[in-house]
Design a protein around this ligand. Structure first.
Ligand code: SAH
Ligand code: AVI
Length: 325
């Protein structure tokens, strides 16, 4: 791609291709009808820190519930991973879930956290190395929706995958199936994948989880505009947009939007985008499944169900899957 000469000096000096992809995705997304931005761009260093604050909010049940399942079912989950496996975690974030599993995985031969939030990934990997000096830890800064290479030191070891947090829900079902199939190609035939999946529940519980009273989720959503201003020479007035989270029951997903409070034109790297009052940018889907609907999706992507665990209130699920041929 070519970079628009109207980019500010700051934006032009950012490293390619990441800056180029971010720019073209933002231009394409704000130029589309309806306007949209990819949720993967939430995660710069500030976005990752805001997500960590979300995970401990009283309204945000997924993290504490999944941690409880990992604690209670750790030995059963671990029994599905081969001795000596190298564990690849997709979207590893703070690695807090891996820490819970590790006590049940004494035979793990390496841990490979993969995350698009490069600075946060490397910081977290350093802390983990300090806490687990005997475990080889090989972080990979990559967008897992695109081809990426695993460290060559893993060759010959059995691989297993870990994809907690219901990050799979941030992809529409067709994209989610493509992603799971891609993970299967990376991990290989017969590999195990442990996936955390949020479950369908009452609208009130879901909407509160994505629109908390302390407004941390609102700040997380709005940080995307801040990031565009900073990295792509944008002039977006953050106060002119508001956070909205709504459960779309027909699609079984929470949608997050940034809604323009006024009619306005914003600029990103020299290109203008007009908003009507009330027009929104769709920034995230968080799809919710049943055990059966997730298993059906996984089967379409080449994974068979080994087991699934849930909490006593049926809020969240953890699945063990096996890669078929
Ligand atoms: N697994 C952690 C973090 C979940 S938040 C947990 O369960 O708490 C989602 C994580 O996925 C973030 O760390 C984010 O940076 C990462 N992520 C989102 N989209 C990604 C992508 N396309 N490629 C790689 N990492 C991605
Ligand atoms: C990372 N992902 C699974 C979170 C979710 O629940 O969809 C991201 C998030 N968005 C708003 N709150 C949390």
């Amino acid at each position: 791609m070519t970079i628009d000469p109207r980019l500010s000096a700051d934006a032009r000096t950012l490293p390619l291709p990441e800056n180029g992809l971010f720019l073209t995705d933002v231009w394409d997304g704000l130029g589309a009808t309806p306007k949209t931005l990819s949720a993967k761009y939430f995660y710069d260093a500030a976005g990752s820190a805001l997500f960590e604050k979300i995970t401990v909010l009283p309204e945000y049940y997924p993290t504490r519930t999944e941690l409880r399942i990992l604690d209670e079912r750790g030995p059963e989950i671990a029994a599905h991973l081969p001795e000596g496996a190298a564990l690849v975690e997709f979207g590893s974030g703070s690695t807090v879930k891996l820490r819970r599993l590790l006590r049940h995985l004494p035979g793990l031969s390496a841990y490979v956290p993969v995350d698009v939030s490069a600075e946060f990934l490397h910081e977290q990997a350093e802390v983990l190395k300090g806490d687990f000096p005997d475990l080889p830890i090989e972080p990979v800064a990559a967008d897992f929706t695109r081809p990426f290479a695993l460290p060559s030191s893993l060759s010959g070891r059995p691989l297993a995958g870990f994809f907690p947090g219901s990050t799979i829900g941030n992809f529409e079902p067709a994209e989610a199936a493509r992603l799971l199939d891609g993970f299967g190609r990376i991990l290989g035939e017969g590999a195990t994948l442990i996936v955390g999946v949020d479950l369908v529940k009452d609208r009130d519980v879901l909407e509160a989880a994505y629109d908390d009273a302390a407004r941390v989720t609102a700040a997380f959503n709005l940080n995307l505009l801040h990031r565009i201003n900073r990295e792509l020479a944008g002039d977006i007035d953050l106060d002119s947009f508001m956070h909205r989270a709504v459960f779309n029951e027909a699609e079984s997903r929470i949608e997050m939007h940034l809604v323009s409070r006024v009619a306005q034109t914003v600029h990103v790297a020299g290109r203008a985008f007009a908003f009507t009052q009330g027009e929104s940018i769709h920034t995230e889907n968080s799809c919710k499944y049943t055990i059966a609907s997730f298993r059906a999706l996984a089967a379409r992507a080449g994974w068979s169900a080994l087991d699934a665990w849930t909490d006593s209130e049926g809020l969240f699920s953890v699945h063990a899957l096996r890669r078929m041929g």
